[in-house]
Structure formats: structure tokens, C-alpha cells
Design a protein around this ligand. Structure first.
Ligand SMILES: Cc1cc2nc3c(=O)[nH]c(=O)nc-3n(C[C@H](O)[C@H](O)[C@H](O)COP(=O)(O)OP(=O)(O)OC[C@H]3O[C@@H](n4cnc5c(N)ncnc54)[C@H](O)[C@@H]3O)c2cc1C
Length: 436
């Protein structure tokens, strides 16, 4: 069989957009016809339910991209399987000179790309990667002794010093789509053909008002207000360009910009220290003797702890796939410190539920809350869920939205007493840290 080509192949992963896409732009500039590809990766899909909301979000995004490409007489190739094997098959069908994609900083992504690189090399095919989902590369923001920062504030200062026009350059990929290969017969698979089902959960919209970002610092801590962008899912899957958002943040709101830098900070930590995936950043904290009471864990998951601020957050998460940042901190601290349940249990639960689940930020947020991470809240700072409620939801507007039975006997008694839980936590942490 005569192979089609020669082509440059562009592989979409966590950058699901046609506009302002750095890797796609470079592929299109090659002067070769470009084949766009997405792979539903069995390794990622197999443990997930068929109606996983993130996977359905990906499917719908690809469907919309496909519709827009179709209008231009182009088609996105969609495959399912093990990426190295998918490439072996594609190389039989097409003559491919180079595969281009945007880099992934997660341990699995790095390993998968290494396997793909080996297959491509066997066939004499090049593999180029660009940094698109973050602004600063792994080695770009280092201390003067060239070691990685462990503390956010100096990292963020250095990040801002290093930022130049080059980091925020615009990549006119959408304007060059005519360079994509025209395809007539590549069918876009139906959801069922991929073994997937619709999810009832909807991702927050891609649009956010300028005024919300301008007032971000005033409103962001109050879950009853529409005070945060809810753009996490779009940054996770690259339906929004981080460069575009950062350009706006620089003009509109410094606090918002700092949050975007937190995202870069945790990505940098995971890149340099992949062991944080299953170990405490500060290894001494792995000596904590967690109680890991399964009944209490289940009450926490269901939002039945008897602490309204915790329960409202946990119910919001299960019902919508989203949880406000203030509540992420309160619920995570409550699980690890009040209930002495291993932060990894909670991290995994958030990983199942969050639309915007991002390994680096979730791990960073959990280790911060449990006090085990870099730049973490010190272990003796234990959020009091009732004081948090008074401060951030004083009129119980948010809480009542999620706990309609708040004033009735149906609402449970507290699963633990705050003062006693606090003492127990301090003892357990001190014991771990003193235990040499
Ligand atoms: C225990 C815990 C778990 C978390 N898990 C995740 C996660 O899986 N994915 C995730 O994106 N964020 C996570 N965060 C960080 C933060 O809670 C969310 O990014 C934020 O609540 C998302 O809502 P938003 O899009 O409205 O954010 P905004 O407040 O509008 O912020 C804009 C963007 O900045 C980034 N950002 C904001 N705060 C942080 C932060 N503290 N750390 C890293 N990035 C930040 C996110 O990309 C966010 O979308 C976690 C925090 C904690 C305490």
C-alpha cells in the first residue's frame, strides 16, 4: 500500500485549541502539510468510569474543533489505544517526517513521551516539543545557586523578573490552518465507539468578565460570591491559552496574576521532585501515624461531618465537579488534621471529582494543607472550620445552598470535637517530627 505524505504530525494532548497554540503554530510553519491527531489513551481512560466528566469535556471539545475544521475541509484524526502502538500504526499508513507536540510536565506524560520518542526514532522520525501550558520552563526560574525554589514568594519575584515579551508572544496558529492536510475519509468516532458515555456535569464557561478579574482580590475568598474565574478546567485542558490569560492578568489584577504563578510554582515543584506524587515533600512528615478511619473518611466524602463549612464544600464538589479554593483549604485541612486521615486519600478523592484536576496543583494544595509540603502552612496552624465559616460565609448563604437541612435534626452532630481534634493532631505531628 502506498503511504500518504510526507507530513508533519501535530499531536494534541493538554492543549485542545486551534488558536494561539505554540506547538501547532510551529508545526504549521514547517511548510509541510500537517496532520492533526488526538489519542484517547487507554492508560488514562481504563481506570475512569465511562461517563467521566473530564473525558466527556475532552470529547465535546474535540467535537467542536472537528466541526470548525470540517468547515475548512480539514479533519482531526482521533485514535484510541496505547500511544506508542498508535504511532506504530500511523507510521504504516502515513509518511511522517516529524511529530510535534506541546510538552507535558507530569511523570506519566514524560514517560509516555519517552516511549513514543523511541518508536519514532526507530523509524527515523523527529519529535519536537514546545512549552505551551506554562510560561516558564523547568530551569528558567532558579535561585542564584541554580537550585529550585521551595518557597513561593521569592519564586514569584524571580518569575516576574524573568518574564519578557518572548514568554507572552502570540502564536498565529489559527490563521495558518490552511496548512493542515485535507482529509476526506477520516471519520470522527461516536462517543459509544470509544466506550464512553455522556456526563451530566457541565464545565464552567470559557468566558470570564474583565470586571470579575479586576475585583478578584476583593471577592475571591467568599464562596457565596461569583468572585473567581473558574477557568481551572480550561487551563488544565488548554482550551484557553495561558499566555493570553497572563497578558490580561498583568493589566487587570496582581492578585489574580499571583494565583497563575502558584500554578507555575507547583508545576515546577512536580517537575523537579516527581517523588511528591506519593511522598511528603518533607520526608519527616511521612512518619505521621495516620488514623485512617474509613467511616470518617466516608462521612467527609459525603459532606456529613457536622461541620457546615466542610460539608458544603464536599457537597459542592460531588454535585458540580468544582470546589471553591477557600473550601478546598478548609476541607483538606479538616481531613488531614482534624481526622488524621492521610492527605493522599483526600488528594485521590479530589482527583476523581475535580473538573480542573491537575496533578501538580492538587498535590501542592494537599501537601500545603496537610503541612507536609514545600512552602506549606505550618502543621500547628489548624483551620477552625467554625471561624472560617464566620469569616468567609458569615450569613451562611453558601452553606445553606448546599445544606438545606442545616437547622433540622437531619443534619448530623460534629464527627469530632474541634479542640480535642486539634490537640490530637498536634501530638501526632510532634511525635512524627521528634521521632528521629
Ligand atoms: C487541597 C487543594 C487542592 C487543589 N487542587 C487543584 C487542582 O486539582 N487543580 C487546580 O487547578 N487547582 C487546584 N487547587 C488550587 C485552587 O484551589 C484552584 O486552582 C482554584 O480554586 C480553581 O478555581 P478558579 O478556576 O475559579 O480559580 P481562580 O481563583 O480564578 O484562579 C485562576 C487560576 O489560577 C490557578 N490557581 C489559583 N489558585 C491556585 C493555587 N493555589 N495553586 C495552583 N494554581 C492556582 C488555577 O489555574 C486557577 O484556575 C487546589 C487547592 C487546594 C487547597
Amino acid at each position: 500500500m502506498k503511504k500518504e505524505g510526507p507530513y508533519v504530525l501535530f499531536w494534541f494532548r493538554r492543549d485542545l485549541r486551534l488558536n494561539e497554540n505554540k506547538g501547532l503554530y510551529h508545526a504549521l510553519r514547517s511548510g509541510k502539510k500537517v496532520l492533526p491527531l488526538f489519542i484517547f489513551d487507554d492508560y488514562i481512560l481504563d481506570p475512569l468510569p465511562a461517563d467521566d466528566h473530564r473525558v466527556y469535556f475532552i470529547y465535546r471539545t474535540l467535537d467542536a474543533m472537528q466541526a470548525s475544521l470540517k468547515e475548512k475541509g480539514k479533519v482531526l484524526l482521533v485514535r484510541k489505544g496505547d500511544p506508542p502502538e498508535v504511532f506504530r500504526q500511523l507510521l504504516k499508513q502515513y509518511t511522517i517526517e516529524t511529530v510535534v507536540c506541546n510538552a507535558d510536565h507530569e511523570p506519566y506524560g514524560i514517560e509516555r513521551d519517552e516511549q513514543v520518542r523511541i518508536v519514532l526514532k526507530e523509524h527515523g522520525v523527529g519529535f519536537q516539543q514546545y512549552l505551551d501550558h506554562l510560561v516558564m520552563a523547568k530551569e528558567e526560574v532558579l535561585k542564584s545557586d541554580q537550585s529550585p525554589y521551595h518557597v513561593f514568594t521569592p519564586y514569584s519575584h524571580r518569575w516576574k523578573e524573568r518574564l519578557s515579551d518572548k514568554h507572552l508572544a502570540y502564536h498565529a496558529s489559527e490563521e495558518m490552518l490552511s496548512q493542515l492536510a485535507g482529509q476526506r475519509d477520516a471519520a470522527f468516532p461516536a462517543l459509544e465507539e470509544l466506550g464512553l458515555r455522556k456526563s451530566t456535569l457541565q464545565a464552567p464557561p470559557l468566558h470570564v468578565d474583565e470586571s470579575l478579574i479586576r475585583d478578584y482580590h476583593k471577592n475571591r475568598d467568599f464562596p457565596a460570591k461569583e468572585g473567581t474565574s473558574r477557568l481551572g478546567v480550561h487551563l488544565r485542558f488548554g482550551t484557553l491559552s495561558i499566555r493570553t490569560l497572563i497578558k490580561n492578568a498583568i493589566q487587570w489584577n496582581e492578585t489574580f496574576l499571583n494565583e497563575l504563578i502558584w500554578r507555575e510554582f507547583y508545576a515546577m515543584i512536580l517537575w523537579h521532585y516527581p517523588q511528591v506524587v506519593d511522598q511528603s515533600f518533607k520526608s519527616r512528615y511521612d512518619r505521621i501515624e495516620w488514623l485512617n478511619d474509613e467511616r470518617q473518611f466516608s462521612l467527609w466524602q459525603k459532606g456529613q461531618t457536622g461541620y457546615p463549612m466542610v460539608d458544603a464544600g464536599m457537597r459542592q464538589l460531588s454535585k458540580t465537579g468544582y470546589m471553591h479554593n477557600r473550601l478546598r483549604m478548609v476541607t483538606a485541612s479538616f481531613l488531614s488534621k482534624h481526622l488524621l486521615i492521610d492527605w493522599r486519600w483526600g488528594e485521590a478523592w479530589f482527583g476523581e471529582k475535580l473538573f480542573d484536576y491537575e496533578l501538580s496543583s492538587n498535590n501542592g494544595g494537599w501537601q500545603w494543607s496537610a503541612g507536609t509540603g514545600c512552602d506549606a502552612a505550618p502543621y500547628f496552624r489548624i483551620f477552625n472550620p467554625m471561624s472560617q465559616q464566620k469569616k468567609f460565609d458569615p450569613d451562611t448563604v453558601f452553606i445553606r445552598q448546599w445544606i438545606p437541612e442545616l437547622d433540622s435534626l437531619d443534619y448530623p452532630m460534629p464527627v469530632t470535637d474541634h479542640a480535642r481534634a486539634r490537640e490530637r493532631c498536634l501530638k501526632a505531628y510532634r511525635k512524627a517530627l521528634d521521632n528521629r
